[in-house]
Write a protein that binds this ligand. Structure first.
Ligand code: ARG
Length: 295
C-alpha cells in the first residue's frame, strides 16, 4: 500500500533457549527476577506466530548458552543490500563485553546466508555500535548514540554503507537504544519520545517526522515504541489508549503481545526481531563515501 515502509517483511530472530538475567547493563535488569523458561517460550512463540500472521518471513537462529541476552536479535547488527548489490551484514560492536560473544554467532549466521561482513570495531577496540540504535527512514540511517552506540561510530558506518547517518544524542538511561524511543510507522509517521534525547536532538527528530505520534516518557516506558511494523500491522507489547486511537485513525491495526518474561532483560518486540530486507538505494539514499549529520 502507498506510504507503507518498504522493509520489515522478513526478520531474523533468536530462540530463547538460554535466556537469563545474569548481569545488569540497563535499568530493567534484576538477576533476582529471572524469566520463567516455559512462559518465555510460549510468549516468544506467540510473537513468532503474530509476525507470520502479519505476513512476515522469519529466520530463526539458535541462542548460544554463554550469551543470555542474545534473544535481543536486533542488537546483533544490521543486514542490508548495499548500493552495489552485495548482501551485507554490519556487525555490532557491543558496548558491554558480556554481549560480545553474540556477534561471533551473528557473523557466522550472516556469512552462511552469503552476506559480506562489515564492522566498525571488535573486542573492545574501535567505537561501540549497537544496531538497536539504527533505523532506515526517509532515506537516512537515523542513529541514536550516547548510552550504547558511540558518536565516533557514525562516520565509519556512513562510509561503510555509503549512506547518510543522522545522529541523535540519547540522554535517558532507560531509553538506552533508539528503538525504545522512536518507531517509524510509514513514510510520514513515526512514534517519537522527545524525553529520550537532549534538546537539540529532540528538536531535530521532530523536524524529521512530518506526522509524529509524540509519546510521553511514561508512555514510552511501557515499551510501546519498541514495536514492529509489518505493512499496516503494528505488533506492540503495550498500547496506551491515546496511542491506539491515533494509530487506528491512521489506518493501522494494533496487535498486542504479552512479552512480560522477555521484558526482564529490558527489551520487547523490536529488540527481539531484526529486519533483514533493508536496501541501500531504496530505503537509504546512496551517498558515496557517506555523510554524518548532527543536530
Ligand atoms: N539486555 C539487553 C541489553 O541491555 C537488552 C537489549 C534490548 N534491545 C534493544 N534493541 N533495545 O543490551
Amino acid at each position: 500500500m502507498e506510504g507503507e515502509l518498504a522493509w520489515g517483511r522478513s526478520y531474523a530472530v533468536v530462540s530463547p533457549d538460554h535466556f537469563r538475567v545474569d548481569y545488569v547493563i540497563n535499568p530493567f535488569m534484576d538477576p533476582a527476577d529471572q524469566p520463567e523458561p516455559e512462559r518465555t517460550r510460549e510468549q516468544w512463540h506467540a510473537m513468532l506466530a503474530a509476525l507470520r500472521d502479519a505476513g512476515a518471513r522469519v529466520d530463526v537462529l539458535r541462542q548460544r548458552p554463554d550469551s543470555p541476552d542474545m534473544v535481543y536479535a536486533m542488537n546483533l547488527g544490521i543486514a542490508l543490500t548495499l548500493a552495489d548489490g552485495r548482501e551485507a551484514f554490519l556487525a555490532s560492536h557491543m558496548r558491554y563485553a558480556e554481549r560480545r560473544s553474540e556477534t561471533t554467532s551473528a557473523a557466522s549466521w550472516a556469512t552462511s546466508r552469503g552476506r559480506v561482513l562489515l564492522g566498525v570495531g571488535r573486542d573492545g577496540v574501535g567505537p561501540h555500535l549497537e544496531a538497536g540504535d539504527l533505523f532506515a527512514w526517509r532515506g537516512d540511517l537515523v542513529a541514536g548514540f550516547g548510552p550504547r552506540t558511540e558518536e565516533a561510530a557514525l562516520a565509519p558506518v556512513a562510509a561503510a554503507l555509503d549512506v547518510r547517518v543522522r545522529g541523535l544524542r540519547i540522554v535517558h538511561p532507560a531509553m538506552y537504544h533508539l528503538d525504545l524511543a522512536f518507531c517509524p510507522l510509514d513514510d510520514r509517521r513515526a512514534m517519537v519520545c522527545p524525553a529520550a534525547f537532549d534538546d537539540a536532538s529532540a528538536a531535530a527528530l521532530l523536524d524529521l517526522v512530518p506526522e509524529p505520534l509524540v509519546l510521553t516518557e511514561e508512555e514510552a516506558l511501557t515499551f510501546c515504541a519498541n514495536a514492529v511494523v509489518v505493512g499496516r500491522t503494528v505488533l506492540m507489547p503495550a498500547c496506551p489508549p491515546r496511542v491506539r486511537d491515533q494509530l487506528e485513525s491512521w489506518g493501522f491495526r494494533v496487535v498486542l503481545l504479552d512479552l512480560s518474561e522477555l521484558h526482564k532483560g529490558g527489551g520487547s518486540v523490536r529488540c527481539l526481531t531484526n529486519p533483514t530486507d533493508l536496501v541501500v538505494g531504496r530505503d537509504l539514499d546512496v551517498v558515496p563515501g557517506g555523510e554524518v549529520v548532527l543536530p
